[in-house]
Write a new protein. Structure first.
Length: 285
C-alpha cells in the first residue's frame, strides 16, 4: 500500500514537470523570435541632436518591429530629431532629419518650405492656444480698393492663408505641450509664395491668427467681408442713366396735285345706227 502511494507521488511529480516544460515551450512559441532595436532613453525634444546617452538598445518581438526602426546604435549618434520622441519609444528613421543636418529649428522645416516669424499678442495669437504643431489660418484687416485716408467704410477682413503649420512660439518648438502660452512672436511654416503673401499682408494691414481643427483639410474659400456687409447696409443704387433724346419727327408736307380730267374712252370704229320703230340706237362691234 505504501509503495503504491510512492508510485502515485512520482507520477504526479513527473506530470507536473512535464506541464511546466510544455507551458514554457508554448510561451516561447507565442513570444516568437526577438531582436534588438534602438529606443529613446529619455525624452528627446524636437530639433535635438542625439547622443549615445539618449538612446539604448532593447529586445523587441520580430513580428512587431515598426518599419524604419534603428538597429545600430552607432548610426544614431549625431542625428537630429525632426519630431519629439518620448522615453521608451522606438527611434524611427521617419522621425529623424537627414544625415548631416544641423540641430535647431531649421532641421524640422519641411523640404520646399520656409520658416517665417510674425509678431502677435494675446488676441492675435488666439490667447496662447496657437502652439507648435497646430494649424492656423491667417486673416488680414486692411483698407479695401479705392479707400482714401481714414475711410473706414471700405475696410475689409479676409482670410489670405489657409492651414498654416505653427513651428514654434517664441523660442520654443516643443509640440507635446498643450498648456496655452501667450508670446509675442509665432513662427509659421510656409511655401515661398505664401511667405511673400504674408510679408505683404502684415505691411498693408493688421494680422490675426485663426485656430483650426488639425484634421480639417478643407480650404476656407471666402471673399472677405466689408463694413457695409457686416452691418447689413445695402450699397446705394447707382443713378439711372438719362434716356437718350428722342429724334424729331419728320415733317410731312402735303402738295396739291392738279386734277386731270379723265380722257373719254375711244369710240369703236365699227358702229352702225339701228332704227327700231321710233327709237334709234347705236350698235358697235
Amino acid at each position: 500500500m505504501r509503495s503504491r502511494g510512492l508510485l502515485m507521488l512520482v507520477i504526479a511529480v513527473v506530470a507536473g514537470l512535464l506541464a511546466v516544460v510544455l507551458a514554457a515551450r508554448w510561451m516561447q512559441s507565442q513570444s516568437g523570435k526577438r531582436s534588438q532595436i534602438a529606443v529613446a532613453n529619455m525624452d528627446i525634444e524636437l530639433g535635438g541632436r542625439l547622443s549615445a546617452e539618449m538612446v539604448r538598445m532593447t529586445d523587441w518581438p520580430v513580428g512587431s518591429i515598426p518599419p524604419g526602426a534603428a538597429t545600430e546604435l552607432e548610426k544614431l549618434v549625431g542625428r537630429v530629431a525632426r519630431d519629439s520622441i518620448q522615453r521608451g519609444e522606438p527611434v524611427l528613421e521617419s522621425r529623424l532629419a537627414p544625415v548631416g543636418t544641423r540641430g535647431g529649428l531649421s532641421a524640422v522645416v519641411a523640404e520646399g518650405k520656409r520658416a517665417m516669424t510674425v509678431r502677435v499678442n494675446d488676441v492675435v495669437g488666439v490667447a496662447g492656444f496657437a502652439l507648435p504643431g497646430t494649424f492656423v489660418d491667417v486673416m488680414v484687416n486692411t483698407q479695401g480698393e479705392g479707400a482714401k485716408g481714414n475711410d473706414r467704410d471700405r475696410t475689409i477682413s479676409k482670410i489670405v492663408l489657409d492651414r498654416i503649420l505653427v513651428l514654434a512660439v517664441a523660442q520654443e518648438a516643443d509640440r507635446d505641450t498643450t498648456k496655452p502660452k501667450v508670446v509675442n512672436a509665432v513662427t509659421l511654416e510656409l511655401t515661398p509664395e505664401q511667405a511673400e503673401m504674408l510679408d505683404l499682408a502684415r505691411s498693408v494691414g493688421t494680422l490675426s491668427l485663426v485656430l483650426r481643427n488639425q484634421t480639417e483639410l478643407k480650404t476656407a474659400a471666402t471673399s472677405g467681408i466689408t463694413k457695409a456687409e457686416l452691418l447689413g447696409l445695402a450699397a446705394p443704387a447707382p443713378a439711372p442713366a438719362p434716356a437718350p433724346a428722342a429724334a424729331p419727327a419728320p415733317v410731312v408736307r402735303r402738295v396739291a396735285m392738279p386734277v386731270v380730267a379723265a380722257a373719254p374712252a375711244p369710240r369703236p370704229s365699227n358702229c352702225v345706227d339701228v332704227i327700231r320703230g321710233t327709237s334709234k340706237v347705236v350698235e358697235c362691234f
